[in-house]
Design a protein. Structure first.
Length: 193
C-alpha cells in the first residue's frame, strides 16, 4: 500500500501541469486569453519607389538595359550590364556607363562611388578599355560591374550609358551587396558577340 501512495503523490504534480497546459492551449485555440493570431489579409500591391524602364517595347531612349545574375567568389562580386539597341536606327556608344547604386527608396547608397575601370576593386579582372561601338538595331553591348561584398544591399541601378545620354533605372533580379563606403568598378562597353 505504501507503494501506491508514493505513486499517487508522484502523479499529482504531473497531472496538475498537464491540466494547466491543457487550459492554456484551449484558450489559445479559442482565440481568447494569452495568444491571439494576427489577421492574415493580403497586402495591397505596392508601387515601386523608383520608376524603372517599361517591361515591354522600346523605351524613348532607344535602348533597353538589363542585368545578369550576381556572380561571387571570395568576396568579389560581378554582374553584367547589357545595353540593347531596340530602336530602328544605329546607336553609338563609346566609353563607360555611369552607374549609381540606389536603395529600395531610390536614395543613393552612402559612400558608394563608381569608377571607370577595375583597378580600384581588389581581385577584379582587367578592364579592356574603351573603343567606339555602333550598335545596329537589335545588337547589344555589355559592361561588367565589379565590387567587394559589404553589408548593405543596393536595390536599383541608375545608369547613364554615356555622357550626355538619358539616365534609366533598372532593378536587378538580385540586390548588390555593396554598401556602405565601397567602390563599384565598371568595364567599358564591349560588343556582345
Amino acid at each position: 500500500m505504501a507503494w501506491n501512495d508514493q505513486r499517487m503523490i508522484a502523479l499529482r504534480p504531473r497531472s496538475s501541469r498537464n491540466a494547466v497546459l491543457a487550459g492554456v492551449l484551449t484558450l489559445a485555440v479559442s482565440g481568447c486569453g494569452f495568444f491571439t493570431e494576427p489577421e492574415h489579409r493580403p497586402r495591397a500591391a505596392r508601387s515601386p519607389a523608383v520608376t524603372v524602364q517599361q517591361a515591354r517595347g522600346c523605351p524613348p531612349s532607344g535602348v533597353r538595359l538589363a542585368t545578369g545574375p550576381v556572380d561571387g567568389a571570395m568576396g568579389l562580386r560581378a554582374m553584367a550590364l547589357t545595353l540593347t539597341n531596340c530602336s530602328e536606327r544605329p546607336y553609338e556608344v563609346n566609353g563607360y556607363p555611369a552607374v549609381r547604386v540606389l536603395d529600395e527608396k531610390g536614395t543613393p547608397l552612402t559612400g558608394v562611388r563608381t569608377v571607370e575601370g577595375t583597378d580600384q576593386v581588389p581581385m577584379a579582372p582587367d578592364d579592356p578599355g574603351a573603343a567606339p561601338l555602333t550598335l545596329d538595331p537589335g545588337e547589344s553591348a555589355r559592361a561588367g560591374l565589379y565590387w567587394r561584398m559589404a553589408a548593405e544591399d543596393g536595390t536599383y541601378l541608375r545608369v547613364v550609358p554615356e555622357r550626355g545620354r538619358e539616365a534609366q533605372n533598372v532593378r536587378p533580379a538580385e540586390p548588390l551587396d555593396i554598401g556602405p563606403e565601397n567602390t563599384l568598378g565598371t568595364t567599358a562597353w564591349a560588343s556582345v558577340s
